[in-house]
Write a protein that binds this ligand. Structure first.
Ligand code: IMP
Length: 203
């Protein structure tokens, strides 16, 4: 497949930096929607991370006719029936501060210890190809809901996400380390392999 240009459907500059860093050696030009001159506000009305990422990628691909990548991510807390899940950004309202959201998770897990507090970050990347195919990859980062908030790195639920194997909170990880371990980094690296195969004509 003649893959020269990919558009990543996000308005988030932080995500764009991470995407460019990871996909750099593909030899394909990676553009944000803004750089490609596309404006779209797609309603994420799917029931899974896969559906939402695919809805976004397909909608933007139909607008521009190029290969489009989109992601959808969130936090699943096992003891809360995998909440907030696909509703992570909307949990308790878009405008509620993450300090309040994080504190709410801590409160809801009161009395639970160790593995009872298990949780994971999930990220799904979808690629919508001009021929109509949609490919998805999924990455996860396993951990636990901590007993307090720690660290000022990252964003969202990072300060409340404890990584037992590393003995620290996600909010305490330097960016390069988080990119190595993160759900988004893992899903992106898998997507890179898929795109490589498409480019070489072996998929
Ligand atoms: P979206 O994928 O940009 O629609 O939003 C996913 C939401 O999940 C974010 O707004 C955060 O609340 C949460 N989230 C996803 N990835 C991370 C992460 O790496 N750290 C902290 N929160 C995250």
């Amino acid at each position: 497949m003649n893959l020269k240009k990919i558009i990543f459907a996000t308005g988030n500059e932080g995500k764009m930096r991470e995407v460019r860093m990871i996909l750099e050696d593909l030899g394909v030009e990676i553009l944000s929607m803004k750089e490609a001159g596309i404006e779209a506000d797609v309603e994420e009305n799917g029931k899974t991370f896969e559906e939402n990422a695919a809805i976004k990628a397909r909608a933007v691909m139909e607008l521009c006719g190029e290969t489009v990548l989109a992601d959808d991510s969130g936090l699943e807390v096992d003891a809360l029936n995998k909440e907030p899940g696909i509703y992570s950004a909307r949990y308790m309202g878009y405008d509620t501060s993450y300090h309040v959201k994080n504190q709410s998770l801590i409160d809801r897990l009161e009395g639970m210890t160790g593995e009872e507090r298990s949780a994971r970050f999930v990220c799904v990347i979808a690629a919508a190809l001009p021929d109509g195919r949609v490919i998805t990859t999924r990455g996860t980062m396993e951990g636990q809901i901590g007993y307090e908030e720690r660290g000022t790195n990252g964003f969202g639920y990072d300060p409340v996400f404890y990584l037992p194997e590393h003995g620290c909170y996600s909010g305490e990880l330097p960016l390069e380390v988080k990119n190595e371990l993160s759900h988004r980094g893992k899903a992106l690296r898998q997507m890179k392999e898929q795109l490589k195969r498409l480019k070489e004509g072996t998929a």
